[in-house]
Structures are given as C-alpha cells and as structure tokens.
Design a protein around this ligand. Structure first.
Ligand code: ZN
Length: 214
C-alpha cells in the first residue's frame, strides 16, 4: 500500500514521516532521498538524473517519476509513505498512472493554520555541519545559536526567511492544494489536524493508518 502525506511547508510532514517510518515500519520515500539513493547505486535512471544535476538543471518530471517508480518497486510488500510528492496535479495524475488503481490507499492532508506555519518556518534554525534542526521557540538549543549535537553555528536557511515563506505558501496554494480535490474525487482524502504538538499529531496519524489497515 502507498500513503501520500501532504501539507503546506512547515506542516511537519518530514518529522511525522520519520516517526511513521521508524515506529510503524513504513518505507519513507521523498524525492530528494530517492534521487540520492538511485544516484548512489548507479542505476540507469539515477545516472540520467545526475546528468541534469551536474549541468545545474532541474531534474525533469518524467525522470523524477522514473526514480520514484524504481523506489516503489523496490519496496515490495512493505507499506510506503510518500513524503512531499506529488506537489502538483500533473504529478498526482502521473503517479496514479504508474502505480495503478488501488495501490494508493490514502492521501493524508496534514492541516495546519497559516499563522502557525509562518511562525514554525521563520523560527527554524538549522546546523549546516550536521543537518540538525531547532526552533527559536519550540525547540531551542541549549546555547542560543549553537548546535546541541556538534557545536556548529546555527543559521536560518534563506528559504525560511519571512518574504520567502510568503512565496512558498503561495506556490503551495496554487500548485499543491489542488491535489487535495483530486484525491477527494478518488475517495482517498483524509485530514489530520496538524496544529497540536508532534506527539499528538503522530497519535492521530497512527490511529488513521491503523484504521486504513497499516
Ligand atoms: Zn550540528
């Protein structure tokens, strides 16, 4: 079975996807991870993607889809959680085509209020050395501006600055939000309230996945 996890930037998809994979045995697939893995194992499609990237170009949709298909095929009977894909209607339709009817069991919308999304994203600080992530209010490092794990200096990613966040949320509204109606039309849409603390949201997600037969 395949479950699509979708939501606006800052909704907590990545965190919840990690928990679902860790505690519920799902294979988590994000396009970024999938790309890296296919390139690492040197598959044909991975080499193709690498060609585009080394020229500084975006990996085209059909190549990305091929990458995803390889990852889905290698999951076998393990349940799969798609994290952050599809991002638009065309991708949702293409995905439906390559996996066939019935294999996508649900599309779960992690629904978070807009005011909260902005605070979550603009308060995020990350460590360039080890990738650890903190938040100036919700998840403060022991020493301000310093990574708990490796002592590196924390930075705000340019993508997380306030002006950029407004743009990212607009892109989400225009491009990604329409997939919710697509999945509604296929009877696959589920909503989980993502406003609460991580543990509460995970509990709600677990319950839903359990009811879906995971
Ligand atoms: Zn660090």
């Amino acid at each position: 079975m395949i479950v699509v996890l979708t939501g606006a930037p800052g909704a907590g998809k990545g965190t919840q996807a990690d928990l679902i994979s860790e505690k519920l045995g799902f294979k988590k697939i994000s396009t970024g991870d999938a790309l890296r893995r296919q390139i690492q194992i040197g598959s044909e499609i991975g080499k193709k993607a690498q060609g585009f990237m080394s020229e500084g170009r975006l990996v085209p949709d059909d190549v990305l889809l091929g990458i995803l298909k390889s990852e889905l095929d290698s999951a076998g009977s393990q349940p799969v959680l798609l994290d952050g894909y599809p991002r638009n209607l065309a991708q949702a339709q293409a995905l439906q085509e390559i996996v066939g009817q019935g294999r996508i069991k649900a599309a779960i919308h992690l629904d978070v209020d807009y005011s909260l999304l902005t605070n979550r994203i603009t308060g995020r600080r990350t460590c360039p050395s080890c990738g650890a992530s903190f938040h100036v209010v919700n998840s403060r490092p022991r020493v301000e501006g310093v990574c708990d794990k490796c002592g590196g200096n924390l930075v705000q990613r340019p993508d997380d600055e306030e002006q950029k966040v407004t743009t990212r949320l607009q892109v989400y509204e225009n491009d990604t939000r329409p997939i919710l109606d697509f999945y509604r039309g296929h009877g696959l849409y589920h909503r989980v309230d993502g406003n609460g603390p991580t543990s509460q949201v995970f509990q709600d997600l677990s319950k839903l996945l359990h009811n879906l037969g995971a």
